[in-house]
Structure formats: C-alpha cells, structure tokens
Design a protein around this ligand. Structure first.
Ligand SMILES: Cc1cc2nc3c(=O)[nH]c(=O)nc-3n(C[C@H](O)[C@H](O)[C@H](O)COP(=O)(O)OP(=O)(O)OC[C@H]3O[C@@H](n4cnc5c(N)ncnc54)[C@H](O)[C@@H]3O)c2cc1C
Length: 402
C-alpha cells in the first residue's frame, strides 16, 4: 500500500523549501517533490539579489534559516527612489520608523545553500528528487492521488493536501484546471553585481528610466546588487555589451550617486511576464508563491509574498484534523486575499508607471515622487511594501509565535 503524506509539496524552490521547514515544526508528515537532483541547487537559486522584507527576515530567523547563511547579508537602512531627468525623489530612512533596517539583501544562491542545510536537518520530511510532477489521479477517501516520474518511471503518491509550489509555469495549476491571467511587460531585466568608487552604505537605490528601472542594492560583500530593466527589443544588444560598455550604460542610467562604477560580474537576464492564477485553491490543493502569482520584480515582492502564503498555510494547518479540509482551504484563501491583492496592485502600478515614457506623464510622475517624499500616507504605502506587513500578517513574520 502506498504511503500517504499529510502534505505533498511539488517544487523545492524558495517557497516550497521554506514551507517544508515551517511544516516540519508542526510534526506533519511532509513529502517534497523537486525536479533538480540531490547535490545540485534548483536553477532559481542563481545570482539574483533578493531583498528580504523585515517580515521575511523575522520569519526566516525563527525558522533557523538566517543562521545557516554563510555569506554576509546587506542591511537596507535607507531607500532612495528617483527618476532620470526629473526633479522629484523619495527618501525613506528606517530610523524614522523606529527600526534598524527595512530588510536585508541576500544572494539567491546563498539562500539556496542555507535552505538546503536546514532541509537536511528535518526529521519528518521525505524528499523525492529528481522527480517531476506528472499529473493528478482521483481524489477519494480523503486523499489526493499525485503521479510523479523519477528514475524508476511513473508512480503514484498520496496526500491529504497537495501544495503546488512549482513556479510560474506550474504543472499543478494546469492539472487542477486553474486558469492564469498573463501580462507581458515587454521588458527584460538584467541582474549582476557591481563595484563602485563608494561602497554600499545601507542605501537601496531605485532609479526609473524611460524603458525600465535600475536598482542598486547594498549587498553584504561590498558590491551592489544591480538590476537593470530594458525594453525587450534592446535586450540582445545589451547582452552583447562588454564590461566597459555595460558599466557605461549603468552609469548613464543610474547617475553618480555612488561615484564611478568600476567593475561588473556575470550578467543574467529574465523576460518579465506577470502571471496571476484565477484561484489559489482547488480540491485538496493549494497554489503558493510563483505558481499562484508571478509578479514584476521591481518592488522586490515575489518571494516575500510567497513566503507569507506559505506561513499562513502553515498556521492554518497547525493542529488541523484534516489538512485538506475545504473549509480550512477557504479560510486560507480569505486570509491571503488582502495582502495578495494589495501587493499585486503595488508591483503592477510601480512597473507600469516606471515603464511608461509618455512625455505628458513626466511632470505628474515628478510631482508624485515629490508628494511621496512629503506625504506620510504615500510613504506608508511604500514602507508597508518594503517591510512586508500587509493585511493578515503571519505570526512568524511579526517575530511572534513558534
Ligand atoms: C531578477 C529577479 C529578481 C527578484 N528579486 C526579488 C526580490 O528582491 N525579493 C523578492 O521577494 N522576490 C524577488 N524575485 C522573485 C522571486 O525570485 C520569486 O518570487 C521566487 O523565486 C518564487 O519562488 P517559488 O518557490 O514560488 O518558485 P521557484 O523559485 O520558481 O521554484 C519552483 C521550483 O519548482 C520546481 N519545479 C518546477 N516544475 C516542477 C515539476 N513539474 N516537478 C517538480 N519540481 C518542479 C523547480 O525546479 C523549482 O525548484 C525576483 C525575481 C527575479 C526574476
């Protein structure tokens, strides 16, 4: 007879791995299906620079993940938002909000290693890897049947709750018949690390250009984590630039706030498409993280939001008689609604506003930035996003609970 898990998570990326760690503390029997073989990190743990909101740092500290990071993180103490060629700007200082930092910058690869070290310590977790989600069987006797393929071929697993944390092209979402709304921003983001004349001092810079944003994040290794958005039809030409050409381009887009940009590391590129699932729950099933919503990275919200999905689900499952109970899943969806809707709107507004080059909008944008610099409510909007405290915040994010 096939073993039955309480929860089967498909996808051991940022959100799926974090959920597995959170559920282990509850003593649940959890299975984790990941396509990448043991000994190799999933490709998503690459050189991208992740801004962890303060809420995320609280939770990952409680889950024992921050302590496993071997590389230093970069504290975000100030945020500086401006637009090239325009006069407005927004400056936010964590000290004004009574906190030491809005969040921390962590390189995805370092985070992957820390998660892996923590996953290795778990006692209630069964890992299936390399194994791929292949489809769904029927759902009966209070169990969901899930087909996976691995080196032995196809086989069936059973669980009382299936979690789809398998990223933007989620096979679980498709198998559940949940539709997805897509919007292509027509943008490609380049990510790298750079050195400059002035080392990071805790300021995260976001500068909007005509075709996309340029951000410099304060990493913990005296480099800046650089994100540069370009119109899709320019992406090949930008990719072809040599290091000197790249430094010049970023210098032009960003300006001189950190002095001369001296050197850049390897560049990776990402086409940016928003994908929002029409529902986040199905029969004995939940979608989390990018499987539920893949958003523009500009507001640095994607993982932060996905982690709050995972931790809210873990709270709902704590002590539950049946992890797949429909009432429990509906309550989960309702608890996530406000944070999800507000965060989606925040990232989308930021992305569309910054990508638009309509000359008539320019003065409005500048005035908008000036207004935000002066207005506590607009600043509150930005800080709420930066720190990750929106809607019904899970206890671990607030630095409370077990
Ligand atoms: C350039 C860039 C910068 C970003 N910066 C930030 C930031 O600063 N802050 C922030 O919060 N977010 C940021 N994000 C977003 C963040 O990377 C995502 O939100 C996050 O990766 C989502 O995690 P996930 O676990 O849902 O999906 P993923 O990380 O994509 O993981 C999905 C996992 O599922 C596995 N998988 C897929 N299909 C199958 C299958 N059929 N069977 C088994 N396994 C499968 C994959 O191998 C992978 O391991 C950024 C994104 C980009 C592109």
């Amino acid at each position: 007879m096939t073993h039955s898990h309480d929860v089967l998570i498909v996808g051991g990326g940022l959100v799926g791995a974090s959920l597995a760690i959170a559920l282990d503390r509850l003593g649940l029997d959890v299975g984790l299906v990941e396509a990448t073989p043991a000994g190799t990190l999933p490709a998503v743990f690459d050189q991208r620079n992740l801004s962890f909101a303060a809420a995320t740092v609280n939770a990952l500290t409680a889950l024992g993940v921050m302590a496993r990071l071997r590389a230093p993180t970069g504290a975000i103490r100030r945020i500086h938002v401006s637009r090239r060629g325009e006069f407005g700007r927004v400056r936010l200082d964590a000290a004004d909000y009574g906190v030491e930092a809005f969040g921390q910058v962590v390189v995805a690869r370092d985070f992957g290693e820390a998660l892996e070290a923590r996953l290795d310590e778990l006692t209630n977790l069964t890992r299936y890897r390399p194994a791929r989600f292949a489809g769904l069987g029927s759902s009966e006797d209070g169990l969901r049947r899930i087909r996976i393929t691995d080196a032995q071929g196809e086989r069936e697993l059973r669980a009382r709750l299936l979690v789809g944390a398998d990223g933007n092209h989620s096979g679980v979402r498709g198998a559940l018949g949940i539709g997805v709304r897509e919007h292509d921003y027509g943008q490609t983001l380049f990510v790298t690390r750079m050195r400059a004349e002035r080392a990071p001092d805790g300021t995260a810079y976001e500068r909007f250009g005509d075709h996309g944003p340029t951000a410099l994040l304060p990493r913990g290794d005296r480099h800046y984590g650089v994100i540069h958005g370009v119109a899709r039809d320019q992406a090949d030409a930008v990719a072809a630039l040599d290091d000197a050409g790249w430094c010049e381009r970023i210098q032009q887009a960003f300006g001189w706030r950190v002095g001369r940009l001296l050197a850049a590391g390897e560049r990776s590129r990402y086409p940016i498409v928003r994908m929002v699932a029409e529902d986040t729950i199905g029969e004995r099933a939940v979608l989390l993280g990018n499987a539920a919503q893949t958003i523009h990275p500009i507001g640095a919200q994607g993982f932060n939001l996905g982690l709050r999905d995972a931790l809210t689900l873990a709270e709902q499952l704590d002590g539950a008689a049946d992890p797949g109970d429909p009432a429990l899943l509906q309550h989960y969806r309702q608890r996530r609604r406000e944070d999800r809707e507000r965060t989606l709107a925040f990232s989308d507004q930021l992305a569309r506003l910054t990508a638009s080059d309509a000359p008539l909008l320019r003065p409005l944008r500048s005035l908008g930035l000036l207004a935000a610099d002066a207005s506590p409510s607009l600043q509150g909007w930005l800080v709420g996003g930066a720190m990750g405290f929106r809607g019904d915040v899970p206890q671990l994010c607030r630095g409370e609970g077990r």
